[in-house]
Design a protein around this ligand. Structure first.
Ligand code: THU
Length: 141
């Protein structure tokens, strides 16, 4: 059983004006469902904080990732970086949107390493754009 996250964060590298409401809702829902599902696979015995991430590539494919911790904590990989590395391993390199879910009421800011990796693989036309959008569930509703 997948438990619904208390809060959702989406990192959207595409200007939302490119979408109409209907398309955006469906696309977000797809990412949301995929992220919630993969969150159940998290390996987080040290923090007990399970995270799931789903991204959409420029070509429309979805990749997912969960956090995978290690007893040497610095070796831990975050959910979003895991999803991005899976994407690259499968031959894609451009993210149009990425969504992260965790069981928390608080804002879940991605770490510096994840932001760096997101910036590296944002779509070419938004890469390096400082106005990467960070949206919360409330802003999407
Ligand atoms: N974590 C993520 O996977 N993504 C985030 O955006 C925030 C933090 C993970 C790393 C670690 O396994 C656990 O959450 C606690 O920080």
């Amino acid at each position: 059983m997948t438990s619904p996250p208390k809060k959702l964060f989406i990192f959207d590298f595409v200007s939302q004006v490119q979408y109409n409401e209907t398309v955006m809702d469906k696309e977000i829902k797809e990412l949301f469902d995929a992220a919630v599902k993969v969150k159940e696979k998290a390996y987080a015995p040290y923090s007990d904080f399970h995270v799931g991430s789903a991204l959409r590539t420029k070509s429309g494919k979805i990749f997912t990732g969960c956090n995978v911790e290690n007893s040497s904590y610095g070796v831990t990989i975050c959910a979003e970086r895991n999803a991005i590395f899976k994407m690259v391993s499968e031959g894609e390199q451009e993210i149009s949107a990425i969504l992260i879910v965790g069981d928390t009421e608080k804002f879940l800011p991605p770490c510096g390493a994840c932001r760096q990796v997101m910036a590296e693989f944002a779509m070419k036309d938004t890469r390096g754009d400082p106005s990467i959008r960070i949206l919360t569930e409330q802003e999407l509703i």
